[in-house]
Design a protein around this ligand. Structure first.
Ligand SMILES: [Zn+2]
Length: 432
């Protein structure tokens, strides 16, 4: 038995030990009491007491026998990822994806539908709430405690308040209290971030960037954004807008007006909307039989059509994608010089358009970067396909829930369910 029972608050040294041991078990670094004692420096009795505390709280369970290092086999311990769930939503420009994940970040259920983010914050969040309600009644998660909610949106977010700030492609969302509304509705702690940031976190923890320390994730969708990982942590910057590469100027041509109102932005020249626009131009100018056929049949052309054209050998489509990719690569060369990442991960719907785009990005990066910065640089495609935003949003929530300050608040209750105040504690720093 533990030598203390349900304290209202933990003494600091006790909390410190409980947090340390849980982190060692959760990360897989320690699986037995012996390993915990060895890695934490705590004595055998202290470890036993703290493990009992974690087991009483339902956070850790015994799962059979571990390897023996002489003497009898030690009991194996594991983190109970099934102790609760997190709900996630990845709101894109043209779709909503929602899901629920266990406490190891594994998606249990997910669902996607077309949606226009331009319908505004009120209508969009109402739909997200309906979908969350459906998630909570699905057999896979029914009855499990809701530990937290993570939401990614396609625009700049002030991370401390969970509000989008002047998002260029989200009219009607400026300063919309996303966190407050969802938090009140579900009585749960909620974190909101830019979609490229959550996707970067997803790649870092479960995708192409696993185990990387310094990574840049580039999302090429309707718009372009990036998420920066430095020293294994997401780097959000002072306000949360770090990595907003879509609106760096790469041209002074006054005819390319961006949706942000400025001219010559990377996104206005190489994002999905720009690729679609160039496709329509090519179709109308008689430069592409393939795209003209799509335009006649569908009445519009999107970036995926141009990707298909490129794959089927349509010269105009190949040209559009390689121009866009080269421009993205040149802008990324600046990032590479500034930031010296070990890996660039390219994701987002348009990145799935074909190999031509990725090859052109590589060309642009290598041509413009210094040899030292690109000597060991790897440029990889996302491995999480359309689920990166949801998986990343789950890890955003888990990272925040298991921070020291957060755990000090919820651990006496055994669960963060209902602790709507947690995001206010945990956003004093902007590193995940
Ligand atoms: Zn712009």
């Amino acid at each position: 038995m533990s030598d203390f029972t349900t304290p209202a608050t933990y003494p600091d040294d006790l909390l410190e030990g409980v947090v340390t041991l849980l982190e060692l078990i959760r990360s897989g670094h320690a699986g037995t009491r012996q390993e915990l004692a060895h890695l934490s420096g705590l004595g055998r009795t202290a470890v036993t007491n703290r493990v009992n505390e974690l087991m009483d709280r339902g956070l850790v369970a015994e799962s059979g026998l571990g390897p023996s290092i002489g003497g009898r086999q030690p009991r194996q311990l594991r983190f109970r990822a099934e102790a609760g769930i997190v709900l996630v939503a990845d709101i894109g420009a043209t779709s909503i994806s929602v899901g629920s994940a266990d406490l190891s970040g594994r998606l249990l259920v997910n669902y996607e539908e077309p949606w226009k983010v331009t319908l505004g914050g009120g209508a969009t969040l109402e739909r997200v709430e309906q979908l969350f309600d459906q998630m909570l009644t699905s057999p896979a998660v029914q009855g499990l405690a809701l530990w937290g909610i993570g939401i990614g949106v396609p625009g700049p977010v002030e991370f401390a308040t969970g509000r989008p700030i002047s998002p260029p492609i989200m009219p009607g969302w400026d300063a919309y209290p996303v966190r407050q509304q969802i938090s009140q509705r579900f009585q749960s702690p909620v974190w909101v971030d830019n979609d490229a940031n959550v996707m970067a976190l997803g790649e870092l923890r479960a995708g192409a960037g696993m185990g990387e320390s310094d990574m840049v994730f580039i999302k090429i969708g309707t718009g372009i954004g990036s998420g920066l990982v430095s020293g294994g942590h997401l780097h959000r910057g002072a306000q949360g807008s770090a990595g907003d590469i879509g609106h760096v100027a790469i041209s002074s041509d006054p005819t390319t007006v961006c949706r942000c109102g400025k001219i010559g932005c990377l996104e206005a020249l190489a994002g999905g909307a720009a690729i679609a626009r160039d496709g329509i131009d090519a179709a109308r100018a008689g430069r592409s039989a393939f795209l003209a056929k799509v335009l006649a049949a569908e009445g519009e052309i999107d970036a995926a059509d141009v990707g298909e054209g490129a794959q089927s050998g349509d010269a105009a489509s190949v040209e559009i994608l390689s121009t866009a990719g080269y421009r993205i690569g040149q802008a990324l060369a600046t990032v590479v010089s500034f930031f010296n990442p070990g890996v660039l991960v390219i994701g987002g719907g348009v990145a799935r358009a074909g190999d031509g785009l990725l090859a052109a990005i590589r060309h642009g990066v290598y041509e413009r970067s210094l040899p030292l910065a690109t000597r060991d640089l790897r440029i990889l495609r996302s491995t999480l396909s359309g689920q990166g935003g949801m998986i990343g949003a789950a890890f955003m929530v888990l990272d925040q829930l298991f921070r020291h300050e957060s755990m000090a608040t919820w651990l006496p209750d055994g669960s963060p369910a209902g602790h709507v105040e947690l995001p206010d504690l945990s956003t004093s720093r902007h590193r995940a």
